[in-house]
Design a protein around this ligand. Structure first.
Ligand SMILES: C[S@@+](CC[C@H](N)C(=O)[O-])C[C@H]1O[C@@H](n2cnc3c(N)ncnc32)[C@H](O)[C@@H]1O
Length: 213
């Protein structure tokens, strides 16, 4: 049986989210395993950043606005959050954001060949011992990202759950495909919604950034 890194949340879409998904459907990529025409999707050739688990997308929109020379593909299984992000994209008139609905593993493994950066900010921590196997960032994920990043490309993971930080460090630091750029305090990114909840509860963030050799 496949071990999923996410919980599928059912429930009805709000009318505004459903409307955004309808109107802005051209910006949505279904994660169906078919190779993706990235230049066609963005209408240009530019460095591609993939944000895995974009949640409600506030950080995504902020980064895209701050970095218009790069294209940002946000992937999440949570369609409500993707709809919210699309509304921000429209409001802020961002031309460099697209959203992918589905499993990031399928997107990276089957649909993308080369990416310039992968961001995984506050992946679900799965704190219970019996759920640790569901954590996204493990050895298989490190290998998959290494196979997609161009040389010099970055993988940036952030978490506020210390045992997960230990796991990420243990997987990425000795990995032969990567060299460590930064390990420690939060590093060059907006505060995310999930992170803010942790900060409010007194949990500092840990960032690990590695570069593909
Ligand atoms: C804890 S939330 C963090 C969201 C956001 N990055 C933030 O910091 O506010 C983790 C997100 O990752 C998504 N997720 C988990 N596993 C995923 C996968 N395999 N593919 C796509 N999204 C995934 C979840 O649906 C959820 O929205």
């Amino acid at each position: 049986m496949t071990v999923r890194s996410y919980r599928l949340r059912r429930g009805r879409l709000s009318a505004t989210t459903a409307d955004a998904l309808d109107r802005l459907g051209a910006l949505v990529v279904p994660v169906d395993g078919r190779p993706l025409d990235v230049a066609g999707l963005f209408g240009r050739i530019a460095p591609l950043v993939v944000e895995v688990g974009s949640g409600m997308g506030e950080a995504t929109a902020a980064m895209a606005a701050a970095d218009p020379s790069r294209d940002l593909l946000a992937v999440d299984v949570h369609v409500q959050g993707l709809g919210r992000l699309l509304r921000r994209v429209e409001e802020d008139e961002l031309s460099n954001v697209r959203v992918a609905e589905g499993d990031a593993i399928v997107l990276l493994r089957d649909m993308l060949k080369v990416v310039d950066e992968v961001r995984v900010w506050f992946p679900d921590p799965w704190p219970k011992a019996r759920h640790v196997k569901r954590r996204l960032v493990g050895g298989a994920f490190a290998d998959l990202v290494a196979s997609r990043l161009r040389p010099g490309g970055l993988l940036h993971v952030a978490t506020d759950w210390p045992p997960y930080a230990d796991q990420v460090r243990a997987v990425l630091t000795p990995h032969p495909a990567y060299e460590v750029v930064h390990a420690g305090e939060r590093w060059e990114r907006p505060v995310t919604r999930f992170e803010q909840r942790g900060l409010d509860a007194g949990r500092p963030s840990y960032d690990l950034v590695v570069r593909r050799r």
